[in-house]
Design a protein around this ligand. Structure first.
Ligand code: ADP
Ligand code: MG
Length: 848
């Protein structure tokens, strides 16, 4: 045995001497040592840090497990402490401590700082690998290792009260607890103040001893002195960041500061350091520990207690079932589930904080991969189930694009023709079409839909077009009768607004097949609607509808023809590729990436709200030139919610404008709380030019087409998502006239909101905007995700993790290709997981 290094030896002695004292004569002095376990824990961590070799580190980690739990009986305490003492002595003598498993020599795959790429991950069969952490947590204690499905009450130190607190976070079993991953980490490796060096960037902690405001060259400055027991450090602020800042940090508070160390008259100081208050010294139990995991608050529990319970639960981590087939783990160089989870709870020494926070460690990668892989399995399985070959092939009379030539007063764009080619091919096949047609606002999706419907009708079948609002349904119906009637195709409208008699008539025509194309709202998919031979269902503006609506179309088709109908879903929301691959991964994708010619680009300008008068000056000018304008507001009425009273509601804005800046202009009002016919009346008046400026809430967001409207004003633009603003902007620029979009927002130079909005000035590319939106807001509130029936992602980020997503997708397709029903033994875990979690949702979501 080589001699121990002196730091390590000293650190071990710091454990030994209080133990020696406490354990003498069967714990005679036990009660005289206050906070024994806590200080032992601290000293052991320090010893582990000083160990120098990974095998010693592992042995100390084993000893840490012997520190008795808080509520152990006195007898247990003495016994455990005795064993700990023996272990420490053995280690000091260079023997292996009794009862503590000795780690094999090489071991410890150190967390390579920022090791993300496949290359830097060690290439070993992952299932057998274990970090020092999981090894240490898995060994070295007497109490039996708990089963994952056991209640956390079986964990030492967890009584009914603590269990109840965890339950508020949905944690009841050992596995729940193990899967409760840290939200972030804190680097607590602060040094001693006494060891600071001039010119370096350092982090230290200390108690505020003095605090004073002074005047310096006419400005207020703030000085603080902190003390950590080893020395004192002066903190200086030449510009005080507000009174509240000074008040936040009171004398006797513990703070953590980071900054460049300078020297002023022999005293170390930091100028404008980063400063954060600590919960008090008590929480800084691991000052010398590497990275402290920070969890979501658990009702009424101290962070130290949460960490302590968790570290005990982690002894069961090796029982975690792998769901990923071993072959995949090897191929993608993924660490084991147990290692990933254990390491995220207790990052081994040397782990880069940046990598942890960026979720780029190999452990994160493993969990993110699993999340995305399972998601892709669900999606790809849906897709496979759709490939049923029980579709109804539609014998088209001529290619759709050719048919369209005679339908419209304009030639199709290249993109429209290409997409019609793709759709035409699908319609002729026995495989039912499930296609998502994506095209920016104004790209001409309606024309594509009408051409497809025409082809279907000419071949003797029925087509149905469903729009999300009455307004849109009517607009589509107008286009349909303009373009389809000349071909001899009979169009019927079905909305909630029909009188009972008109409705009865429409239903009869649909049932007998007199109606060849049905245009309507969700009234189209109601129970009472029986088709004669529905072969094509078109859903416009998908994000207002969920999978259920698609499923209902399929049902109606089957009822009428005995075969699955073709489904075309249209959306103007430019969905980023990654999201399309997940949320709509079961649909084929067609994209119209070209606007009809002759459109003048829309100019977008961001205005401070103090310049509103200029904005409405622009509106007045446009009206004088015979054009029209929209003014969009985020809310209908002043809400009584705190802080919302600054929001001008549509009603008062409309009144204010017509009595003020827009005096003499015909101002109309449109909002969601108006009755349906009232709304239609206003909208029609606007379309016909009777209303010159339409003040509205976002009800106008979807699909309205008034080519003479050239100005779009959005008030409180900062309250909208970028994609939503893009949709709104798409309401103008539809005719030959120059259009502008004026975004009005509060302006504070530092505000992210302003920077975010300026993206709108820079680009009109909906895809770029959608990517930005996804990056900023995450997929959570992205249109369509909620109705998708897919599980929420915990760690994965669809923007950041694109590469992993694509791998996971390939792998999922590959696995299903080999074993579509997941019956092979190595896929057992996966199958169980899918059955357990998502089958219900899968059933709902599979059709369409
Ligand atoms: P979307 O539904 O994709 O937002 P629309 O189908 O409503 O777009 O089309 C927007 C406008 O462009 C309509 O007025 C439509 O008549 C016109 N349009 C569509 N395709 C063409 C084309 N190829 N050439 C010229 N105008 C077109
Ligand atoms: Mg449209």
């Amino acid at each position: 045995m080589t001699a121990l290094n002196s730091h390590f030896e000293r650190a071990l002695k710091a454990v030994e001497s209080p133990l020696n004292f406490a354990c003498r004569n069967h714990g005679e002095h036990l009660d005289r040592v206050k906070g024994l376990e806590q200080s032992l824990g601290r000293s052991l961590v320090a010893a582990r840090q000083a160990a120098g070799t990974s095998s010693l580190e592992a042995r100390v980690a084993g000893l840490e497990q012997l520190v008795p739990a808080e509520n152990s009986s006195r007898e247990d305490r003495v016994r455990q402490l005795q064993r700990l003492l023996e272990g420490v002595r053995a280690l000091l003598k260079g023997e292996s401590p009794p009862g503590v498993e000795v780690a094999p020599k090489e071991v410890v795959p150190r967390a390579p700082a920022g090791a993300v790429s496949k290359k830097s991950t060690p290439k070993k069969p992952p299932a057998k690998k274990m970090s020092a952490v999981s090894r240490s947590v898995a060994s070295g204690s007497t109490s039996p290792v708990l089963e994952l499905d056991q209640s956390i009450q079986f964990i030492k130190g967890v009584g009914p009260k603590v269990a109840q607190r965890f339950a508020t976070r949905g944690i009841t079993t050992v596995e729940d607890l193990i899967r409760f991953l840290p939200r972030r980490y804190e680097d607590r490796r602060g040094g001693d103040i006494a060891n600071l060096e001039e010119g370096v960037h350092a982090t230290v902690e200390g108690e505020i001893r003095a605090k004073s405001f002074r005047a310096f060259r006419g400005k207020r400055t703030l000085d603080m002195t902190i003390d950590d027991g080893t020395g004192q450090l002066t903190l200086k602020w030449f510009r005080v960041p507000g009174q509240a800042f000074g008040d936040q940090f009171q004398r006797r508070c513990w703070v953590r500061v980071s900054g460049a160390v300078t020297r002023f008259r022999k005293q170390f100081q930091m100028v404008h350091p980063e400063i954060r208050s600590l919960e008090g010294r008590s929480d800084v139990d691991n000052v010398t520990d590497a990275m402290v995991p920070v969890y979501l608050d658990v009702d009424g529990m101290a962070p130290t207690q949460v960490r302590s319970v968790l570290s005990k639960a982690l002894r069961s981590v090796d029982r975690m079932q792998e769901v990923l087939p071993e072959r995949l783990c090897d191929e993608r160089q993924l660490v084991s589930l147990a290692e990933a989870i254990a390491s995220l709870h207790l990052p081994p020494p040397g782990t880069s904080l940046d990598a942890l926070l960026a979720r780029s460690t190999p452990w994160h990668r493993r969990l993110i991969y699993e999340e995305l892989f399972v998601l892709q399995l669900v999606v790809q399985r849906r897709r496979l189930r759709g490939d049923t070959h029980d579709g109804l092939p539609i014998p088209l009379k001529e290619p759709l694009a050719e048919q369209a030539q005679s339908m419209f007063g304009f030639p199709l764009t290249g993109a429209q023709s290409r997409v019609l080619g793709e759709i035409g091919e699908d319609l002729g096949s026995t495989m039912p079409m499930h296609r998502l047609l994506q095209g920016d606002v104004g790209s001409g999706k309606t024309a594509v839909a009408m051409a497809a419907a025409a082809g279907c009708a000419m071949a003797g079948f029925q087509a149905a077009v469903m729009a999300p609002t009455e307004l849109l349904a009517e607009q589509h119906a107008r286009v349909a009768s303009d373009t389809l009637s000349p071909l001899g195709i009979r169009v019927v409208v079905l909305t909630g607004a029909l009188s009972a008699a008109a409705r009865r008539e429409a239903l009869a025509q649909i049932e007998t097949g007199v109606a060849q194309v049905v245009v309507g709202t969700h009234a189209v998919i109601q129970e009472s609607v029986q088709f004669h031979a529905l072969a094509l269902g078109i859903v416009d503006e998908q994000h207002r509808f969920g999978v259920m609506q698609r499923a209902r179309f399929v049902e109606q088709g089957r009822e009428s023809t005995g075969k699955a109908p073709h489904i075309l879903v249209m959306t103007a929301t430019p969905i980023p590729r990654t999201l399309a691959l997940t949320v709509y991964g079961d649909l084929d994708l067609s994209i119209i990436d070209e606007l009809p010619p002759g459109r003048t680009p829309i100019k977008t300008v961001l205005y401070k709200d103090t310049l509103r008068e200029q904005v409405y000056g622009r509106v007045r000018d446009a009206v004088r030139e015979g054009r029209q304008a929209y003014v969009v507001l985020p809310l209908v009425e002043e809400s009584d919610k705190e802080g919302m009273d600054a929001i001008r509601d549509a009603t008062t804005t409309a009144e204010e404008l017509s009595g003020g800046w827009l005096h003499g202009v015909a101002v109309g009002l449109l909002h969601g709380r108006m009755a349906g016919d009232e709304k239609d009346e206003v909208m029609r008046a606007f379309a016909e030019g009777g209303v010159q400026v339409l003040v509205a809430t976002t009800v106008i967001e979807v699909g309205i087409d008034v080519p003479n409207a050239t100005v779009m004003v959005v008030e409180h633009a900062e309250r909208f998502g970028l994609s939503q603003l893009h949709q709104l902007r798409g309401r103008v620029g539809r005719g030959a006239h120059r259009s502008e979009c004026l975004l009005v927002s509060k302006h504070t130079p530092s505000e992210d909101a302003w920077r975010r909005l300026s993206i709108m000035e820079q680009t009109t590319d909906g895809f770029k905007i959608a990517e930005e939106d996804l990056a900023i807001r995450g997929p959570g509130d992205f249109v369509g995700t909620r109705q998708s029936g897919l599980p929420a992602l915990l760690l994965a980020n669809l923007v950041r993790d694109q590469e992993i997503l694509l791998q996971a997708r390939d792998d999922a397709i590959d696995v299903l290709g080999r074993d579509s029903d997941l019956e092979a033994p190595e896929h057992f875990g996966l199958r169980k997981l899918l059955e357990k979690g998502w089958d219900n949702r899968l059933e709902l979501a599979q059709i369409g």
